[in-house]
Design a protein. Sequence first.
Length: 171
Amino acid sequence: MNDRPAFRTLRLPGAEVSPAHGLTGLLTAYHLRTEEEKGLGVVGTEDLPERYLSEIRSPGTAFAGDLVLLALHDDTAAGCAILTAADGDGRSEIKRLWVGPAFRGGGVASGLIREALAAAGETGVRAVRLSVWSWRTGAIALYVRHGFTAVESWEDRRELVCMEHRPATGR
């Protein structure tokens, strides 16, 4: 018998995200935790950099061209991920993957990754990439389990690991 709570995943065009979806709380928690891990002395939401505050204040605007994935348990937002629109080279990026602490260990993150990869495959992207802080070893292991491999960094921030997933082709 499976004791894990049941989840469903919503795919929302970024422009259609509303406060009722619960994304704001997930993004706030994600950014606060990340800044804390970096040791930047962020105490509350008002201390976050403007680029993060703009996502929290208006995710529909911040992610207007992207796909927002929300994992829901009943009507509660349990986790999120953003799949960016493909760039000129046919690559999308998974950003802001976050699962609320009460829902961790139940497969939510894996479900969001699978959903992002499926959505990317449906649009024909040639690769999905992401970046993750080197100290998030559990997240790195999760990405590796889902077929991501480390690649040369496209970022200039130290301690950031860049990874990529290339879908299998039938050719």
